[in-house]
Write a protein that binds this ligand. Structure first.
Ligand code: ATP
Ligand code: FE2
Length: 316
């Protein structure tokens, strides 16, 4: 069985073609970027409209398949930005009608988790899901996801993007902050862990104030912002491992591309005899392969839906 997965919850329009054995035949995407602003919703929808047919063509070419080979179309139904989700939904409905395929709406967060689990062949990890919008520590219980802890305000990726915007780094800022941080030294910033939850807004405000005072270098601020935020996530992930007795930690989501973050989590896991897992960069951020795979895993669940912008992993 071959499944086509379409991602369009936010900045990325992606198409993945995956087999029922988890073989990724194609994973093609194009992401909206902007020089100085963040994401402008109507520009994202225009971006997706513009690239959709081209991405589809390239995905088919790479996978060496045709519409006839596709069993059904899985698409990301949420959570995400309204205009991006609707644009994606309209595109897949059009393709589904033209080629007489069934549609399956899947949850974007669950897709991040399942592609990581499949890629690393894991049974029952603690998930640390850290992307633009989300920062969550999750476990699976009887086929349901349980969020053990999460951000009380903004997601870590969004925090980095907001700080990058203050420095004029452009969107997305995560990779640029990672580069600048390599040459930085540590400055103390507010560290906010509350039980199993974290909070990033105080950290961001303080870092912004330091930019305005012009006394600290960009490099030092980027380094210290990363160290503080990553340590907060490592602390709650460690607590989750301690309380559940699980021995595997899996990092998923776009911020998982950060090497320093992985290094810190790996060290924490080693110190407590657990094992750290991540996903390759091309599977860490948003893409269609994860949507296709999640669609396959849930192919027998009936889902009559359009989009759901606020759909959480623990509501699936
Ligand atoms: P969600 O999955 O919660 O809906 P999303 O789809 O916007 O959010 P992803 O594509 O999973 O998120 O991740 C995007 C985020 O990852 C952006 O905020 C970006 O700045 C961040 N990011 C990407 N690369 C890096 C990196 N090397 N270091 C830190 N952050 C990074
Ligand atoms: Fe995502």
């Amino acid at each position: 069985m071959i499944i086509l997965g379409v991602e369009s919850t936010a900045h990325t329009f992606g198409i993945g073609i995956v087999t029922d054995k988890g073989k990724i035949l194609a994973n093609v995407k194009d992401s909206y970027t902007s020089k100085d602003a963040g994401m402008i919703p109507h520009e994202i929808a225009e971006h997706h409209e513009k690239v959709a047919e081209m991405i589809l063509k390239e995905a088919f070419k790479t996978a060496k398949v045709k519409w006839e080979d596709i069993e059904f179309i899985a698409y990301s139904a949420g959570p995400g930005l309204d205009p991006a989700l609707w644009k994606g939904y309209h595109i897949v409905t059009k393709w589904a009608k033209e080629h007489r395929k069934k549609l399956a709406g899947v949850n974007h967060c669950c897709a991040h988790l399942s592609i990581g689990k499949m890629w690393n062949k894991l049974k029952d990890p603690v998930y640390l899901y850290v992307s633009g919008v989300n920062t969550q520590v999750i476990i699976q219980e009887k086929n349901k996801y349980l969020v053990l802890g999460e951000t009380l305000d903004i997601g870590l990726g969004n925090m980095l993007d907001k700080f990058g915007r203050i420095l004029g780094l452009g969107f997305p800022s995560g990779p640029k902050i990672e580069e600048l941080a390599k040459k930085g030294k540590y400055i103390e910033l507010p560290y906010a862990v509350k039980g199993m939850d974290v909070s990033f807004s105080g950290l961001l405000t303080k870092a912004q104030q330091l930019v305005e005072r012009k006394k600290s270098s960009k490099e030092d601020l980027c380094f210290s912002l990363q160290e503080t935020a990553f340590a907060m996530c490592a602390e709650v992930a460690e607590r989750a491992l301690a309380h559940t007795g699980k021995k595997e930690l899996l990092l998923v989501g776009g911020v998982g591309a950060n090497k320093r973050f992985c290094e810190m989590l790996d060290l924490m896991c080693r110190e407590r005899n657990a094992k750290f897992y991540k996903v390759p960069v091309d599977l860490a951020g948003d893409q269609g392969a994860m949507i296709a795979w999640e669609g396959f895993l849930r192919k027998d669940e009936v889902r009559e839906m359009t989009i759901n912008p606020h759909w959480r992993a623990d509501e699936v």
